[in-house]
Design a protein around this ligand. Sequence first.
Ligand SMILES: *[C@@H]1O[C@H](CO)[C@@H](O)[C@H](O)[C@H]1NC(C)=O
Ligand SMILES: *[C@@H]1O[C@H](CO)[C@@H](O)[C@H](O)[C@H]1NC(C)=O
Ligand SMILES: *[C@@H]1O[C@H](CO)[C@@H](O)[C@H](O)[C@H]1NC(C)=O
Ligand SMILES: *[C@@H]1O[C@H](CO)[C@@H](O)[C@H](O)[C@H]1NC(C)=O
Ligand SMILES: *[C@@H]1O[C@H](CO)[C@@H](O)[C@H](O)[C@H]1NC(C)=O
Ligand SMILES: *[C@@H]1O[C@H](CO)[C@@H](O)[C@H](O)[C@H]1NC(C)=O
Ligand SMILES: [Cu+2]
Length: 549
Amino acid sequence: MLFIYGPLILALISAIPTTVFAKRVVENWEVTYVTSNRGLDQPPKRGVGVNHKFPLPVVHATKGDTLVLNIFNSLNETTTMHSHGLFQRNTTYYDGAAMTTECSITPGTSFSYEIPLEQAGTYWIHGHSHSQNFDGLRTPLIIHDPKDPYKSDGEYVVAVEDWWPVTFNTTLAALLDVTGQSNPFAQPPNLLVNGHPDAPRFDFIPGQTYRIRLVSMMSLPLWEFAIDGHELEIIEVDGVNTKPKKVNVVRLAPAQRVSVLVKAKESCDSNYSYHVTMFGNFLPPIPGVFPSRVDGLVAYSSDAPLAETVGEIPSEPFDEMSIESLHGPIMKADRGLYFNATSGFLPDGTNWESFNLVTYRNPDVPSVFTALTDFINLNPISYGPQTNAHVLQLNEVIEMLFWSATQLSHPLHLHGHVFQIVEKGFINDTMGALTTRVAKDKFPLQRDTVLVNSGEYVVVRFKADNPGVWLMHCHFDWHMALGLNMVFVEAPKEMMDVIKVPQSVIDQCKRQGIETKGNVVGNMAYDYDGAPNLPHLLHDAPAVLASAA
Ligand SMILES: *[C@@H]1O[C@H](CO)[C@@H](O)[C@H](O)[C@H]1NC(C)=O
Ligand SMILES: *[C@@H]1O[C@H](CO)[C@@H](O)[C@H](O)[C@H]1NC(C)=O
Ligand SMILES: *[C@@H]1O[C@H](CO)[C@@H](O)[C@H](O)[C@H]1NC(C)=O
Ligand SMILES: *[C@@H]1O[C@H](CO)[C@@H](O)[C@H](O)[C@H]1NC(C)=O
Ligand SMILES: *[C@@H]1O[C@H](CO)[C@@H](O)[C@H](O)[C@H]1NC(C)=O
Ligand SMILES: *[C@@H]1O[C@H](CO)[C@@H](O)[C@H](O)[C@H]1NC(C)=O
Ligand SMILES: [Cu+2]
């Protein structure tokens, strides 16, 4: 087995003095179709993997290193690679968002992403083109911190993904079926942990403390992690260190990450089970198939009996309002933006999703190039009527209110940033009794992906201090493909000074005959003829909660 998780890696890393020089962490990845059953009792499916196999290599690096992803595209469609959670300061063009920050890597060509790693924590890398993430193009990215405030004696990665019996294309066809007869969930996903149907074994030595990095690479379900007889202490959420917070279970939505410290028992009298449960309260249960669970072994001793699971395995929402970040007082907002995440119909009867009834379509010219075109870059309409672009001023603090009045839930992800979560509540609650706000003397939790459940709203804040073009979207692959995306054009004036687009990015566009300046269609004037321009969605009235006044 080539890919090593856990203590071995940590042992190697902790043997290196903390004064080592920054290194280049180079990954040479050929993106290929891989037909596999992933060790499951089901027919093989054509997925998208790396170097002709699954699982993908797990990437380990140290803060200060430079991550170099040399990608060769062996698919017959374009591909891109997104390093989820990285700020990409001054390197917005390496963010991997297809047709937002690059033109994409065409079949038979190569491209290198070269990303200085200025953050530490738990991240992941995934395809950001043609929903290749859903078909398996995803892997953890662990960035170790030589000055980590939280010490541990060893660590494990638990990266969880959903593997569907059909390709994304098949599912999408069902989602867009105007007859409404297709059930995209007819063939629900299986659960894989670190790329396999079985969970890895944790070897615990009495008295030691372990860090467990939980990585959600799911494309739709939520999941929970718990260990029998052991408390979990949350110390990191989406790459940001938190004040320690003890819990019995951690719930993650797609794209979220959490690190916990686990203190081993003082004796080796028993082994224990841990549990990874895949579920989604917004998905119909299928007895024996979904929700599903994989149990792993926490091994203390070769002759120890396995302690029985006592009572119910714990299950509860991740209480973001009760967890504090280690840094950053609550920011005062300069400007508020309101986003109603809704579904609705186009006149042809197809069902799409939107922020404020605008369903996203890729521009003909990637937004990064429009943002680097003087004068027109300041006007949101230059990015196209269907791009849902918002132009932000340098250093203004943006408050966003997300509201989900439909029956759908959304894990919403902002590229290039973390945001502070300052308020959450139920939208049916006119008295404010069900609302929770961060107290002024507390440091709000910061993260890059927040789950907004059906019937809830969430208020987040971030500072526009990272000139670049950043996608904000739902991280359910279904919803993203149905248009739940928008673009933040952050400090376009300053971008012109700090963003120097490499020739390799321009070459991607040349190969496809795509303009690298101008508005959504490459014009220099206010002329958008030919740009994607759909009518606003028609409300899906029956899906709205009756009490959402
Ligand atoms: C891409 O290649 C696969 C086989 O590798 C084939 O099944 C599929 O039809 C091809 N798609 C296109 C658009 O050529
Ligand atoms: C998926 O479907 C789209 C539209 O039908 C097609 O253009 C594309 O080639 C398909 N991709 C694959 C990998 O089959
Ligand atoms: C306890 O864990 C050890 C590995 O250290 C394993 O050999 C043993 O079979 C486990 N016991 C049970 C009952 O699973
Ligand atoms: C949000 O959208 C829903 C339709 O899905 C609508 O019923 C509701 O009034 C909207 N809320 C606001 C405040 O615009
Ligand atoms: C509002 O919605 C929540 C969650 O769906 C529910 O628990 C609560 O009872 C509702 N409250 C009212 C006043 O309808
Ligand atoms: C980004 O570019 C600006 C201007 O050139 C420079 O001052 C800053 O140090 C750069 N930041 C990083 C993280 O490279
Ligand atoms: Cu992402």
